[in-house]
Write a protein that binds this ligand. Structure first.
Ligand code: ZN
Length: 243
C-alpha cells in the first residue's frame, strides 16, 4: 500500500485535465506497481466515483474476464478480497486498510473521508464492510490531507462537525475556526478498535502533494493523488515505497 505524489501526476478525470494524460498516469502507476509487486497478474487499480457520501462498494476483480466492461462504483469506500483499490484526494483524508481473515487471506479497503464523509460516517461504514468480508485483524493508514492548523471553516461548521466528532474541533495557525479532519478520523478509528498509522503530512503545506485549497489560493492546476492497496504475487515479498 502507499500514497502517490505529484511526480505520478494527476490521477483524476474530473478536474479538467486532459483525459489522455490521466489515462497515461494511471497506466504508468499500474505498471510501476506491477513491477514492484512482482505480480503474476498485472496490478490494475480500481477507482471509484467519489461523492462525499458513506456508500461502500464491495468489489470483485473481474479485470481479466471483462476488460471492456470496467465498472466504476459511485461510492466513498471500497472493500475487496480480490481487487487492488485506489482512493483519490487533494486535502480530504485518504484511508487505506489492510486486513487479514482467519484463513490468512488479505482483505483490502480504501475510504475517502472529507468533511461530509467524516460527518456521514464513511469510516465506520468501510470498517463494517471489511469485518463483514471476514477481516479479523485490520489496520489503517491515514495519508496526506489538510491539517487542523490549515483547514479554516466558518464557526458554525466547526460547531456542527465537532458536535459529532469532538476531535475535529481546531483553530488555524492564524487564530480562526478550523477542523482537524485527520484527528477526527483517528478518533473514529480508535472508537472502532482499528489501529491507525497517521503519516501526519499536510497537503496544503507540502507542494509534493495535490491540494485543492492551495490550487484555489495560488491559481495552480488542480490534481488528485491516490492512496492505494495493491495485491502482490504470493511468492513475492513486495517493497513498495510508502510516504
Ligand atoms: Zn497544514
Amino acid at each position: 500500500m502507499g500514497f502517490t505524489d505529484t511526480l505520478t501526476g494527476n490521477l483524476a478525470f474530473h478536474v479538467g485535465d486532459d483525459p489522455q494524460s490521466v489515462t497515461a498516469a494511471r497506466t504508468g502507476l499500474d505498471a510501476h506497481l506491477t513491477e514492484l509487486a512482482g505480480a503474476a497478474a498485472p496490478v490494475r487499480l480500481q477507482y471509484m466515483d467519489q461523492v462525499h457520501g458513506r456508500e461502500v462498494a464491495v468489489m470483485v476483480d473481474t479485470s481479466a474476464a471483462h476488460h471492456a466492461h470496467e465498472s466504476v462504483p459511485t461510492a466513498d469506500g471500497m472493500v475487496s478480497s480480490s481487487a487492488s483499490l485506489a482512493v483519490m484526494v487533494a486535502d480530504c483524508v485518504p484511508l487505506v486498510f489492510v486486513g487479514t481473515t482467519a484463513q490468512g487471506d488479505a482483505v483490502l479497503g480504501v475510504a475517502h473521508a472529507g468533511r461530509p464523509g467524516v460527518e456521514a460516517g464513511v469510516v465506520a461504514a468501510t470498517v463494517a464492510e471489511l469485518r463483514q468480508a471476514g477481516a479479523v485483524s485490520l489496520q489503517a493508514w491515514l495519508g496526506p490531507s489538510v491539517c487542523g492548523r490549515c483547514y479554516e471553516v466558518p464557526e458554525a461548521m466547526r460547531t456542527e462537525v465537532a458536535a459529532g466528532t469532538p476531535a475535529a474541533y481546531s483553530t488555524t495557525s492564524w487564530g480562526t475556526p478550523a477542523l482537524d479532519l485527520p484527528a477526527a478520523v483517528v478518533s473514529q478509528l480508535d472508537d472502532l478498535g482499528v489501529p491507525v498509522n497517521d503519516l501526519g503530512v499536510c497537503t496544503l503545506e507540502h507542494p509534493e502533494f495535490f491540494s485543492h485549497r492551495r490550487a484555489v489560493r495560488d491559481h495552480e492546476t488542480e490534481g488528485r493523488f491516490v492512496g492505494f492497496a495493491a495485491r502482490a504475487h504470493p511468492d513475492h515479498q513486495p517493497a513498495l515505497p510508502v510516504r
